[in-house]
Design a protein around this ligand. Structure first.
Ligand code: HXC
Length: 511
């Protein structure tokens, strides 16, 4: 064969591989409001940075006449490229080829990319859009899944692993995304469930649509399985790019620093009056966060789930931090099962990847009630306590208002290893709120008028930051308007922190 012919052959093979399942299947994918695997990769990565691997891999099955149906690439596009100039590995399931289902060959491609990502110490992003196990391949496909799961676990805490679910993701296939650090879903076009609506109807007689069962809003607001939600594929890719900007390439690196043009000494006078006089009046903790971070830019994670706690990424002086904050505007900022789990997992992510933690506290305590107790608030609340305590990254805490009871200890208190603890003059740090304390100490011993006097006295003496400051539990009571500068100074002071927990195989976080 002449050299021209050989080049032509390569061109033809490339064309075929890039066509995936063909023009009709691509049209169907677009009609369903979804992009193809290659279109997604193009939007996700910096222009011209994608390098594809294993483009000509095909499956090896002969059952069900499969040897007569082969597509170059076999339903998954894999390779590496850059986001803002930084290396990432990516695999994108191609729904136009056998519904993106996972064959042995297809799994081998993903495994190869995962191994490369670990060896080179760079994040991996999986774009999922698949009908699950390649049914024609049976147990070989299951083996492929397990090979991926195993690598998900081995990579956890070593390189960031991000999943976008951009179409179907059902059955055991959900467990790969579930073990990654963040899951993105897209409204109306993506769904995740262990068993679909038909099986549910047969087994439990419940009738539920795919969207209600496992759509983006369900997993972002009800189950807490997903962390981010986009309107469409393009927005999903943009959000993934933004998320990657906060993350280091691996657990041995610091997160990337951006040039900061926001003044380090910017004062926000409005913060002096942001906490209402009335301790029972809500305010929005997001206002405080956005006023103090660089460029008012806060990238919230799980904004629709357990809204009584806020988690997300921001930068101070150009350096990424993870923010955890009680939200007094929702359920008075109380800690409950869902909010404890939400925040605990985030704290552990930040700690694994050297991202300092800034914690804003306004918490009246743990939510009372049988639902919480029977649901295991003891062990779930302990998750957050455990996560904060074991975290060795710089930990800065600011109490804006209430910090009562066990929740005071849990919310990154000095006692569990926080490095700098600030309080606003409006802080109330005590074993419990004035009403509760007086009810217990003076049970049935006071008239209504006496009771009110004692409550006011308790509030004046104990519901303040001064007792904690006298004891050194609070390092400084700050002027709220100076919050930004104070947090930046504390982060700068702690940036070379070295803290090692005792050597062990691993702790036993209360799961
Ligand atoms: C092989 C598959 C496939 C699969 C879809 N296709 N899923 N081929 N194995 N798992 C093929 C279809 O035959 C079809 O081929 C093409 O992909 C597109 O599928 P459609 O059904 O036309 O698309 P749509 O109507 O959008 O429906 C998508 C779907 C449906 C909901 C995902 O295809 C479906 O229910 N598939 C089966 C899902 C499933 O049961 N998977 C196995 C679960 S067990 P043609 O040639 O007709 O276009 C599992 C175990 C994992 O995943 C365990 C891990 C531990």
């Amino acid at each position: 064969m002449s050299i021209e012919k050989k080049i032509q052959q390569l061109e033809e093979n490339n064309r075929l591989a890039e066509l995936g399942g063909g023009v009709d299947k691509i049209k169907k994918q677009h009609a369903a409001g979804r992009h193809t695997a290659r279109e997604r990769i193009k939007e996700l990565l910096d222009p011209h940075s994608f390098v594809e691997i294993d483009k000509f891999v095909t499956h090896r099955t002969t059952d069900f006449d499969m040897d007569k149906q082969k597509y170059l690439g076999d339903g998954v596009v894999t390779g590496y490229g850059k986001i803002d100039g930084r290396l990432v590995y990516v695999f994108a399931q191609d729904f136009t080829v056998f519904g993106g289902s996972l064959s042995r060959a297809n799994a081998d491609k993903i495994v190869k990319i995962m191994d490369l990502a670990m060896k080179m110490g760079a994040p991996i992003i999986g774009l999922n859009d698949s009908g699950g196990a390649r049914i024609q391949e049976g147990v070989e496909s299951l083996g492929g899944y397990a090979d991926i799961f195993y690598r998900n676990v081995m990579s956890s805490g070593v390189i960031p692993q991000i999943s976008a679910v951009l179409g179907p993701c059902a059955g055991g296939a959900v467990y790969s995304p579930a073990m990654t650090d963040f899951i993105m879903m897209v409204k109306n076009t993506s769904y995740m469930f262990v068993t679909g609506p038909d099986v549910i109807k047969t087994v439990t007689h419940e009738e539920v649509t795919k969207e209600d069962l496992g759509g983006a809003m369900t997993h972002n607001s009800k189950s807490g399985v997903a962390h981010l939600m986009a309107e469409d594929d393009s927005q999903a890719m943009m959000m993934l790019r933004e998320l990657m900007g906060f993350l280091p390439a691996n657990n041995m690196e610091d997160p990337p620093v951006k040039v900061c043009t926001d003044s380090l000494f910017r004062e926000e006078d409005s913060l002096d009056t942001i906490v209402p006089d009335d301790p029972n009046k809500p305010y929005d903790m997001l206002d405080i966060i956005t006023k103090v971070v660089d460029d008012h830019n806060f990238f919230e994670i799980q904004p629709y789930y357990a809204k009584n706690i806020i988690i997300g990424f921001a930068r101070f002086a150009g350096k990424p931090v993870g923010i955890v904050a009680n939200q007094p505007a929702v359920l008075a900022g109380v800690l409950d099962i869902d909010s404890s789990i939400k925040a605990a997992r985030f704290v552990r992510f930040c700690d694994a990847f050297n991202i300092p933690l800034v914690t804003f506290v306004d918490v009246p305590g743990f939510l009372p009630g049988t639902v919480q107790e029977f649901g295991g608030i003891i062990k779930h609340g302990a998750k957050l306590l455990f996560a904060f305590a074991e975290a060795t990254v710089p930990k800065i805490t600011l109490i804006t208002r209430k910090s009562y009871g066990g929740a005071y200890d849990v919310m990154s208190s000095k006692h569990i290893g926080a490095d700098v603890n600030f309080a606003y003059p409006t802080a109330e740090i005590a074993v419990m709120g004035p009403e509760g304390a007086v009810n217990i100490i003076y049970k049935n011993k006071l008239s209504e008028q006496e009771r009110q006097t004692v409550i006011d006295d308790y509030r004046a003496r104990f519901a303040s930051p001064y007792k904690a400051a006298q004891l050194g539990y609070i390092d400084e009571i700050i002027y709220p308007r100076q919050t930004r500068t104070k947090l930046i100074q504390a982060l700068e002071m702690t940036q070379n922190k070295v803290k090692n927990n005792p050597a062990k195989k691993h702790g036993n976080i209360p799961l």
